[in-house]
Design a binder for this molecule. Structure first.
Ligand code: A2G
Length: 440
């Protein structure tokens, strides 16, 4: 305990010392509010500061704090000044900051926080351009400020059970993996701008939209690539020990034509609606292939503009069999009937991760089926322990740089590119650390 910073040691009601962290949050919109709920549920977190330039969202966040009968945090951004977050960081007194803002703000905000020596828990993605990713990495290396990417899917119950199975050798030697972001976002990318109806209420976006329609849709207008890689690649990278004994060597991406978003606008609002004039650059289905140093391939699919039920489309395949999440099926040679699927649930129960065994109750009611409890838990516990972040800066930039690299590949006629080694050769000797016990 002596090594802990003073502000992390607050006296408890019983006179002994208890570890707590004082956290700030930049971005208290729809996502920020879900994460804030997880912070407020914990005794070991003091929400000390909140920043948002949208007064409605800042107000909602303050209401949440009130509901939990917690002290009112300092607030920033009421003046709608886009630089308000810097004042929050400069004010000092924070043991960490959560960033849950539009993508284009993640890199500058994380960099400013690390420069102020405030540990960062950053929502996916780490940056937009390839240069952003190098800048975030180099700032972390220079300042040595902890940085975690808040990739919640790494903590999904079936994903973690599959991790236990990978580590137990159930699949044999891994050969091929798949994942992706296959989520019909049409009702997310468009609404009528009414703060009370953020999903599917219309076909406006940009300045006339609200919440994600206000900023996320623009990425589909201007960019063609694997725009949202981390939900799919995070688990696959943990299974294959990327940056820790393995690495991505090559990448390419293919994109289909762009039809879905325009089609949605026409169906919802007719051909004369102003949004019907927009040309979307993002192909409806973008397929990215990665090759790994140890001989595996990984396919990612980004599919957010067409009607479809949600599925991240995981597949983990080795010399002894495979798991696929879309049919909740697993086939293991010698255990399963030849050429038949077993129900994954039975295997999941058997290989349930120790974290889920211990914390399933705490995770009840948390966002995304409990995942959001675990991702916040991991950040807070690693901060308190002053231990390495379980999803660290190398994971963050490696996963997130898939976006600009896929864009480059598509723009160059689907060319295969070298994947940069952000670890500068350290991948050879670094050892896996993610989720080896029931702490975080
Ligand atoms: O849809 C889901 O909740 C996504 N999360 C999240 O990242 C975001 O894209 C959201 C859109 O509003 C998962 O799929 C785990």
């Amino acid at each position: 305990g002596a090594a802990l910073a003073g502000s992390m040691m607050l006296p408890s009601a019983f006179g002994a010392t208890r570890q707590r962290v004082r956290l700030g949050m930049i971005g208290t919109g729809m996502r920020g509010q879900v994460l804030l709920q997880e912070l407020l549920r914990r005794d070991d977190v003091e929400v000390a500061a909140l920043c948002d330039i949208e007064p409605i969202m800042l107000g909602k966040a303050l209401k949440q704090v009130e509901k939990f009968n917690k002290p009112k945090p300092k607030t920033y951004g009421e003046d709608r000044d886009q630089q308000a977050y810097k004042r929050m960081l400069d004010a000092g007194g924070l043991d960490g900051v959560i960033i849950a803002t539009p993508w284009e703000w993640h890199a500058p905000m994380a960099i400013a926080a690390m420069q102020a020596k405030i540990p960062v828990g950053c929502e996916v993605v780490a940056g937009v351009t390839l240069q952003d990713h190098w800048d975030v990495l180099n700032t972390q290396l220079k300042t040595q400020t902890p940085y975690m990417l808040l990739e919640n899917v790494c903590f999904r119950r079936d994903v973690m059970a599959a991790l236990q199975m990978v580590r137990a050798g159930v699949f044999g030697e891994l050969v091929h993996l798949q994942g992706g972001y296959q989520h019909d976002l049409r009702a997310v990318k468009f609404n009528n701008g009414d703060p009370a109806k953020p999903y599917g209420s219309g076909i406006e976006y940009g300045a006339k939209g609200w919440s994600e329609a206000r900023w996320r849709t623009q990425h589909s207008v201007q960019r063609n690539g694997e725009l949202y890689p981390s939900h799919g690649i995070g688990p696959c990278a943990m299974y294959t020990n990327i940056n820790r004994g393995n690495r991505f060597t090559r990448i390419n991406a293919f994109a289909t034509k762009a039809r879905g978003l325009h089609d949605y606008i026409i169906k919802q609002g007719g051909a004369n609606h102003p949004s019907a004039k927009t040309t979307f650059k993002l192909g409806d289905v973008v397929t990215t292939t990665l090759a790994c140093e140890n001989g595996e391939t990984i396919i990612l699919q980004h599919d957010t503009s067409l009607p479809r039920p949600y599925s991240l489309g995981f597949r983990v395949q080795g010399t002894d069999g495979l798991w696929m999440d879309v049919n909740n099926g697993i086939h293991i040679e010698g255990k399963s009937k030849p050429h038949e699927w077993d129900d994954f649930k039975v295997w999941q129960d058997k290989y349930d991760h120790p974290l889920w065994k211990k914390y399933a109750k705490n995770a009840e009611g948390a966002g995304h089926g409990g995942m959001d409890f675990f991702v916040i838990h991991a950040f807070v516990e690693a901060l308190k322990a002053q231990a390495p972040m379980p999803i660290d800066i190398y994971d963050a930039v490696t996963w997130s740089a898939i976006t600009p690299l896929s864009e480059q590949s598509i723009a160059q006629n689907f060319q295969t590119l070298d994947f940069p080694d952000f670890t500068a050769g350290q991948w050879k000797t670094r050892k896996p650390i993610f989720a080896f016990d029931d702490r975080y």
